[in-house]
Unconditional design. Sequence first.
Length: 480
Amino acid sequence: MIASARRKWLGLALLLLVQFMVVLDIAIVNVALPSIQTDLGFSQENLQWVISAYALLFGGFLLLGGRAADLLGRRRLFLIGIVVFTVASLISGLAWSEGALIGARALQGLGAAIVTPAALSIISTTFTEGSERNKALGAWGAVGAFGAVAGVLLGGVLTDLLSWEWIFFVNIPVGILGFALTPFLIGESRDATAKSYDIPGAVLVTSGLVSLVYAITQANDHGWGSTRTIGLFVASVALLAGFLGWEARSKDPLMPFSIFRLRTLVGANVAGLILGTALFGMFLMLTLYMQQVLGYSPLKTGVAYLAVAGTAIFWSALAAQLVTRIGVKRVLVVGMVTLTAGLVYFTQVSVGGSYARDLLPGFLLIGVGLGFSFVPISIAALAGVRSSEAGLASGLINTSQQIGGALGIAALSSIATSTTSNEVSAGTVPALALTDGFEQAFVAGGIIAFVGILVALFVVSRRDLEQEVPEAEPAFEPAA
């Protein structure tokens, strides 16, 4: 049954609300880590697992979650994901020990890996490709852009005014509301052509992605050139190679290679990987710079991000309009250029820096870059995709961004830490050594973002965005 126009857009609002909750939780923990460490007695080496446990299951299960939504029902998986995420949020807020919080955060990551691709694939199969879908995906991109910085803002506010537990408790009413309204606003849909489930492929790709994310998140602790790190990367490559080999022979593969016929889908995923790498690492470096060098409190750090969060909403709305008028490619180029400019601006941060001079201009550039990047990437990642593969395409783009984020945090942290350690050993005062480390991290981030400009210019194709969606046979089975 085709949803009424009003029901469609109300359903979109609900999907965006739940997705905002998920995106928020990626960044909201960062500012609260010192308070969590004090209250639960976390050791320094285990503290990073509050972030890594979430990233591990989120990045590892996204592709499987997306394809499972296609095969088992997108609304069904969306509801399951909401339950898992909400229960995990409650346990996180009530956590009584290191192990309890780390386990609950891992469960949150699993819930997010189910919710996100299911929600995005529901949008893809509900809205007609073209102007209508561009508006819906523009709103999705705006949530991604706003949520990326709102997490840091709300993390500081909630931690200072209430307590760190509330960064998890705020998810509970949203989860309950989402679960209650979904059956009334969102219809069921799935891939009706699937005859079997590719269990070997699911095991191989999930194991490979989990190994890859684990290797990236632990590389700084064990060393990028250590036997353990290299062994993990080799294991992940072997598992993913085995997955590709299996998929090539499978009659009903988890990931049909035909989806890569779309050059723009490939370009969007590469751009998404680069965007995640640059942004996640950048926000961590900026947060540490404000707290460790400028002496900002968690609340002041969160409020400082208002310049990004507020402007990102406006630029995302404008980007959604411009995509239909001038095309995805041009909007994405502008986004990657301004994102690069923002990172380059942050390379001049100083020990005695001020908000107006060292941060605000860069924040305003990043606001443009967020809106003009997230929106076109979200649209390009689903352009020309068959309805039967909507969940798979959604899982792919979210996997790209999440793995990019894990890589960015690990790589930029490694650069900053090694630079700071070397300078402290040479006798440089700590504040200056920290600042120099952050500057080098921003240089690396700027180089990564510049590669994104090249991808937008030479890989993303206008032709795919103008093609009709090919459907060889009926593949979309709607249900009430």
